[in-house]
Design a binder for this molecule. Structure first.
Ligand code: ADP
Ligand code: ZN
Ligand code: ZN
Length: 742
C-alpha cells in the first residue's frame, strides 16, 4: 500500500522492539480518535506486557482464516515520527546487516521516545483570559488586589507564563481563584530551545585557493543529485573549509546538513567553526548529551529548527525535515562502524540514506579507506583533490631514528628529547604519540616468572599507577596491584614496557619547567576535561602533548611543530589483513598534526625495523602511493574490497561448544549449489583473541565476489540461527563488512 494512511479496517503491522525478524499484526484501536499512520508510535499488548511499537504497514485480513488478533491499545502520535525515507533506511539496513528490524528501529529514537514519552520540547504553563474574563470589570475585584493585577496584565499582554505571574507577586491561590471562577485559563505550550533566524553578524567566508574553489563549485552543482564525492586532501589542506562553504549555499535554500564526525572530542571544535558561518542554528548530537538534550536535538532536526547537525555515528539515524547534504569527515575512521549488536557502518548507511533522499554526500579524508579508493577508481565516486596545505605550509619532514642498540629513556631516544627541547626553546608545542595507555602493559615476577595475565582474557593486565591497580583493557576487569607475587610471594617485580602514564612521569621529570598534558581515554574520562585540555593547547604556550590516537584525529593545533612517534613498530605485524592500512592511516594522521600553520613541522619516528617496507612508505610520506600498493595486494588475494566479506561469530563459556555450533550450522543448512559455488568459507577458526571476558570466541569468514550471493548465504544461516534448539548455549552474531578481528 502506498498511501500511509489506513484505508479499510484491516490489519496493522506493528514493529516491536524485540530481537526477532518479524512484525506483528494487530487490529486498529477500538476507540479511534487519532488517525493511524505509518511511522507513528502505538501501545500494543504483547504477552502480559504493553510495549511501544511503531506502525509499519497495513495489510488485508485473510477472510478465510479465523485467527484472532488483539487490538492496538493507544495511538501515541498524531503526526508520525518517522518519514518514509527513515522507514526505507531501516528496512534496508535490516536486510543488509541481517539484524532484527524491531531492534534497529530503536536507533531512530532517543531513549525517552522509545519509552513512549511525548515527542515535545519542555512545556511551560501559561495563563490567558477567557472571554468571560475579558469582559470582567476590574473594579469588581478591588478587594482582591493581586487578582485585579493579573486581569489587568492579561488584558494588556494577552498571555503570560505562570512563573512570571509569580514573579509579579501573584500567588497561586489568587490564580486558582480566577481559574475556578472561569475568568482565566491555564494552558501548556512547548518552549523551543531554538531561536528564530537572527541577523547576527557572521564571519565572511575565507578566500579559497584554486583547488578549494574547484571542489566547492563541484559540490554546489550536485545539489538535488545523489553524487558521492571523495574530498581527498592532505592534512591541513582546508577540507573543512571546502564543505563549510559548499553547505552554505545549500542551507541558504532552506535545507539541512548532517556532518558525521568520528569522535565526540572533535565536536566542540567543529561546532565552533560552523557557528562562525551559521550562527546559532548549529547543533551537536552524541552520547554525552543528557536525555533532555537528546530529545531537543532530535526535535530540532525533525522539525527543521536547526540547519546543521554535527554528530557521531548514531546521528545518521536522526530524522531530518529537509536534508540537503551529508558529510562524513575522516571517512576512513573505524569508529563509524559499530562493533557490537547492530554492526552497522554509519558511513555506508549515510551513502544509502543520501541515495534515498537524492542528495550529495561528501566523504572527506587525508587517508581514504581502500573501499573508497576502489570506488573512486571504478568511477562510482567523484574525487576532489587538495594537494596543498591551505595556510601555505609544507607537509612535515620525516626523520627516522633507528632504535637498534640505542639507549632509551622510558622509550624516548636522545634525538627525540633534544629535538623536543629545541622546539620548546623556540616557544613551540610538541606532540608525543604513543597509542598505549596506562603505566606499563605488563608486570612480571623476577623470582618465578609470574606474569599479570587476565583471568578472563587471552591478554595481559596493564599496570596503572594513578590510581594504582591492574586493569585489563579488553574486559575492563580490575585488580589491586599485588604487594606480593601471587605465585611465590616475592615482592621483586618488573613492570615491563611503557604506556602513556610512564612516559608522562618521565617527561615531567625531564622537562620540569614545561607543562606535559597527557591526553588519553583515562585522563579525559570526565565530561568536560577534553575541552579543558584543548583550551590549554589553544593558548599557544610551549607545552608537551602526550597522547594516544585521541590526539591523532582531525585536530588543528597551529603551534605544534614537532610530532614524535615513540613506537612506530606497534601494529606492523598484525594478524589482521587490514592492519597495515590502519597503521598507515594512523601514522599519516598523527604526523599531519605538525606544522599546520605558519611554522614548518617535522616528525621524528622511532623504530627498530627501519627497513620494513611499511615504515619506508611512511617516511617517504605518501599515503596515496602506499594505498595503491595495498590495493594491488588485496586484488591479487581477492580479499576486500575486491570481494565482499561477512563473519558469523559464536561465543560460549566452552571453546569447543563455540566451534561445534558453527560446524553444525554449516552442516545442517541446505545451501543451493549455485550460491555455495560462489562463496568461499574460511573457518570456523578461533578469533585472534579467543578468550575474552570469560567466553571463547570462534568465527566463520565468508567471502564472495557477489554481494547478492553473500546475502543469500547469510539469509539461510540466519533462518537457522533463530532456531532456539540450536542456539541455547551460545551467543552469536553476524557482521557484514567486518573491519576488525580483535
Ligand atoms: P583540513 O580539514 O583539511 O584538515 P582545515 O579546513 O581545518 O583543513 O584547514 C586548516 C587550516 O587552514 C585552518 O586553520 C583553516 O582555517 C585554514 N584555512 C583553510 N582554508 C583556508 C583558506 N582558503 N585561506 C586561509 N586559511 C585557510
Ligand atoms: Zn613470583
Ligand atoms: Zn580481561
Amino acid at each position: 500500500m502506498t498511501d500511509n494512511q489506513i484505508m479499510s479496517l484491516d490489519l496493522v503491522e506493528v514493529l516491536i522492539p524485540i530481537p526477532l525478524m518479524e512484525k506483528f499484526s494487530y487490529l486498529p484501536p477500538k476507540n479511534n480518535s487519532k488517525l493511524l499512520k505509518q511511522g507513528s508510535r502505538v501501545l500494543v499488548p504483547f504477552g502480559k506486557r504493553t510495549l511501544v511499537g511503531v506502525v509499519w504497514s497495513f495489510s488485508e485480513r485473510d477472510k478465510s482464516s479465523n485467527r484472532k488478533y488483539k487490538y492496538i491499545k493507544e495511538i501515541l502520535d498524531e503526526v508520525p515520527l518517522l518519514d518514509s525515507n527513515s522507514i526505507s533506511l531501516a528496512e534496508w539496513s535490516s536486510r543488509y546487516y541481517h539484524y532484527p528490524l524491531g531492534e534497529i528501529i530503536s536507533y531512530f529514537f532517543p531513549p525517552s521516545l522509545r519509552k513512549g514519552k511525548e515527542a515535545k520540547f519542555r512545556e511551560t504553563k501559561y495563563l490567558e483570559l477567557t472571554s468571560k474574563g475579558f469582559f470582567l470589570e476590574e473594579e469588581t475585584l478591588t478587594r482582591a488586589p493581586s487578582q485585579q493585577k493579573l486581569i489587568s496584565i492579561l488584558k494588556d499582554k494577552k498571555e503570560m507564563t505562570l512563573k512570571s505571574a509569580q514573579a509579579f507577586g501573584i500567588s497561586n491561590a489568587a490564580v486558582n481563584g480566577l481559574i475556578e471562577k472561569g475568568f482565566v485559563n491555564r494552558f501548556s505550550r512547548e518552549l523551543s530551545p531554538y531561536k528564530k533566524l537572527e541577523n547576527k553578524q557572521l564571519s565572511s567566508p575565507k578566500q579559497l585557493n584554486p583547488e578549494q574553489n574547484k571542489a566547492v563549485n563541484a559540490i554546489k552543482k550536485a545539489k538535488d543529485k545523489n553524487i558521492t564525492y571523495l574530498l581527498d586532501g592532505i592534512t591541513g589542506s582546508g577540507k573543512t573549509e571546502v564543505y563549510l562553504q559548499a553547505i552554505q549555499e545549500i542551507v541558504n535554500e532552506g535545507k539541512q546538513a548532517l556532518i558525521l564526525i568520528p569522535e565526540i572530542g572533535l565536536a566542540p571544535q567543529a561546532e565552533e567553526r560552523f557557528r562562525e558561518y551559521f550562527g546559532d542554528r548549529v547543533m551537536s548530537f552524541h552520547s554525552a548529551k543528557n536525555e533532555r538534550e537528546k530529545v531537543d536535538a532530535w526535535l530540532g532536526a525533525s522539525r527543521g529548527l536547526v540547519d546543521i547537525i554535527i554528530g557521531t555515528r548514531s546521528s545518521v539515524f536522526l530524522p531530518m525535515k529537509n536534508l540537503g547534504i551529508i558529510v562524513v569527515d575522516e571517512e576512513h575512521d573505524l569508529s563509524f562502524k559499530q562493533m557490537e549488536k547492530f554492526r552497522y557502518s554509519a558511513r555506508d548507511m549515510a551513502l544509502y540514506r543520501a541515495k534515498l533522499e537524492k542528495i550529495p554526500v561528501v566523504l572527506a579524508s587525508a587517508t581514504p579507506s581502500l573501499e573508497t579508493l576502489k570506488n573512486v577508481k571504478e568511477e562510482k565516486y567523484e574525487v576532489l583533490k587538495l594537494n596543498k596545505r591551505a595556510t601555505g605550509a609544507n607537509l612535515p619532514t620525516y626523520h627516522a631514528v633507528d632504535l637498534k642498540g640505542k639507549e632509551l629513556h622510558e622509550g624516548l631516544s636522545k634525538e627525540l628529547l633534544e629535538a623536543t627541547q629545541t622546539e620548546l626553546d623556540k616557544g613551540n608545542q610538541v606532540l608525543i604519540f604513543l597509542n598505549r595507555r596506562g603505566y606499563a602493559p605488563s608486570m612480571i615476577c623476577k623470582a618465578c616468572g609470574w606474569i599479570s595475565n587476565c583471568d578472563r582474557c587471552d591478554a595481559l593486565m596493564t599496570v596503572h599507577k594513578n590510581p594504582l591497580k591492574l586493569h585489563c583493557h579488553h574486559c575492563e576487569a580490575q585488580k589491586p596491584y599485588p604487594s606480593k607475587c601471587p605465585s611465590c610471594g616475592s615482592d621483586d617485580f618488573l613492570t615491563y614496557g611503557f604506556g602513556t602514564e610512564r612516559v608522562e612521569e618521565f617527561l615531567r621529570g625531564h622537562f620540569p619547567d614545561t607543562k606535559t598534558l597527557r591526553i588519553d581515554s583515562d585522563s579525559t574520562r570526565k565530561k568536560e576535561s577534553l575541552n579543558e585540555y584543548f583550551d590549554e593547547i589553544k593558548k599557544g604556550e610551549p607545552i608537551i602533548l602526550l597522547g594516544t590516537q585521541l590526539l591523532a584525529k582531525g585536530h588543528h593545533f597551529p603551534n605544534v611543530t614537532l610530532v614524535g612517534i615513540i613506537d612506530a613498530d606497534s601494529g606492523l605485524f598484525s594478524a589482521d589483513f587490514r592492519g597495515s592500512e590502519r597503521v598507515a592511516q594512523l601514522m599519516t594522521q598523527v604526523a599531519g598534526r605538525a606544522g599546520r600553520d605558519k611554522k614548518p613541522g617535522r616528525v621524528i619516528l622511532q623504530s627498530y625495523c627501519l627497513d620494513h617496507p611499511q615504515i619506508e612508505e611512511i617516511i617517504t610520506g605518501s599515503y596515496e602511493k602506499f594505498a595503491k600498493k595495498l590495493l594491488e595486494e588485496r586484488k591479487s588475494y581477492k580479499i576486500p574490497p575486491f570481494s565482499f566479506q561477512a563473519k558469523i561469530f559464536a561465543e560460549s563459556p566452552k571453546s569447543l561448544v563455540s566451534r561445534d555450533f558453527i560446524l553444525k550450522l554449516l552442516n545442517q543448512s541446505k545451501i543451493e549449489k549455485q550460491i555455495s559455488s560462489n562463496v568461499r568459507i574460511v573457518g570456523p577458526l578461533p578469533s585472534i583473541m579467543e578468550k575474552k571476558s570469560g567466553v571463547y570466541r570462534w568465527e566463520l569468514s565468508i567471502f564472495s565476489s557477489s554481494r547478492s550471493n553473500l546475502h543469500k548465504f547469510l539469509d539461510v544461516m540466519q533462518s537457522r540461527l533463530y532456531e532456539p534448539k540450536l542456539t541455547k548455549q551460545v551467543r552469536w552474531s553476524i557482521d557484514v563488512d567486518p573491519l576488525s578481528s580483535i
